[in-house]
Design a protein around this ligand. Structure first.
Ligand SMILES: *Cc1c(COP(=O)(O)O)cnc(C)c1O
Length: 382
């Protein structure tokens, strides 16, 4: 049976408890498990290596991305670190987008400086630059699409088919497995920050690496246990609970976004509006090919100077000024001083992140209320 994603996320692990017949898989907090006898271990011996609750969460994540296996980690960052530790040697080159997530930029830059691996940041949407970088024989190409916060798009299928002997890794946090499945488009690995849409309630930090190759997945599993960065039982349980409603959440958030974008298009105080669902977006054709939705994150540049930005943010009552995205509540962030503050100023400028840029994560409030809030904030800067 070809089970659909809603069914996977709702039913994963249900009715697996044989002791009490629990419908919802119970949380297993024990760190250790007794042996049947000397030299007779059970499948579980110590929870850093393997835990029943984490196993259910991993199975769900793997199924949602059409992978073979998933390793849940303590954060999105540790998921990316796991990939680098397990699969790269000091002379191996990793190519990443210059406008990747700020934390990823910081990690890769630090690993490069320390000599753990070599890293080259490039504009992956520029085919000439990309082809030139292939001459350096990269071991791994890290892809993030849509990018954060400019929502630039790269063609996953085309990129992953440039050259066969390279590992292609896609950070799919923005789109979620609901709207984009990189493994099907040709990627070798998918990474997520589960702290965003997958959990969806802004109350846990976790990550995951999903793979379609048994050999790679064994390496990742070994390193995950060795580094001790596997996800906790509590986080696994909470993540599973969040993922049960993943589908209706992301669709409703997308509907809200559609209404808000229509409103924003009419705002004279907006200089530029970035949303992959706009036919004027430069990546729109690729978006329609590789995504089955446009998501609920957009960014825009306000006209004017800093005082306008401050007044606008001060006026908002429903949108919370905060980092992160993908939760049920609407958030607004100022990338230059918040999410991308770790990025050096010249790198930020190169990525097109101006000081007047705001990024919005649309939540599950009523979109009429969200629009009314934006309306009065725009009125305050007129
Ligand atoms: C948040 C995020 C990360 C890092 O994940 P954490 O769970 O915060 O460690 C990585 N990539 C993207 C695209 C993100 O949005």
């Amino acid at each position: 049976m070809n089970i659909k994603k809603s069914t996977i996320s709702v039913r994963s692990g249900l009715n697996s408890d044989e002791q009490h017949g629990c419908v919802v898989p119970p949380i297993t907090l024990s760190t250790t498990y007794n042996f049947f006898g000397l030299n007779q271990p059970r499948p579980y011996d110590y929870s850093r290596r393997k835990n029943p609750t984490r196993d259910v969460a991993q199975q769900t994540l793997s199924d949602l991305e059409y992978g073979k296996s998933a390793i849940m980690t303590s954060s999105g960052m540790s998921a990316i670190y796991l990939i680098c530790s397990a699969l790269l040697e000091p002379n191996d080159l990793l190519i990443a987008p210059y406008d990747c997530y700020g934390g990823t930029y910081r990690l890769l830059d630090a690993l490069n400086k320390k000599g753990a691996c070599k890293v080259l940041f490039i504009d992956q949407s520029d085919t000439q630059v990309l082809l030139k970088s292939l001459a350096y024989k990269p071991k791994l190409i890290f892809i993030e699409t849509p990018s954060n916060p400019m929502l630039r798009i790269v063609d996953i299928h085309t990129l992953c088919n440039f050259q066969k002997d390279i590992l292609y890794v896609v950070d799919n946090t923005f789109m979620t497995p609901v709207f984009q499945n990189p493994l099907i488009l040709g990627a070798d690995l998918v990474v997520h920050s589960c702290s965003k849409y997958l959990n969806g309630h802004s109350d846990l930090i976790a990550g995951v690496v999903i793979s379609k190759d048994t050999h790679i997945s064994e390496k990742l599993t070994w390193w995950g246990n060795t580094l001790g960065i596997t996800g906790s039982a509590f986080d696994s349980y909470q993540l599973l609970r969040g993922m049960r409603t993943l589908m209706p959440r992301v669709y409703q958030q997308q509907n809200n976004t559609k209404n808000i974008i229509a409103f924003c298009q009419k705002q004279p105080q907006i200089n530029a509006l970035y949303y992959p669902g706009l036919p004027t977006h430069p990546g729109y054709n690729i978006v329609c090919k590789q995504q089955s939705g446009f998501g609920s994150i957009f960014s825009f540049e306000l006209k004017g100077a800093k005082n306008v930005l401050l007044q606008f943010l001060r006026s908002l009552k429903l949108f919370t000024l905060a980092e992160s995205f993908g939760g049920v509540e609407s958030l607004i962030a100022h990338p230059a001083t918040m999410t991308h503050a770790a990025m050096p100023e010249n790198a930020r400028k190169r990525a097109g992140i101006s000081d007047m840029l705001l990024r919005v994560s649309v939540g599950l409030e009523d979109s009429d209320d969200l629009i009314t809030d934006l309306e009065q904030a725009f009125a305050s800067i007129q």
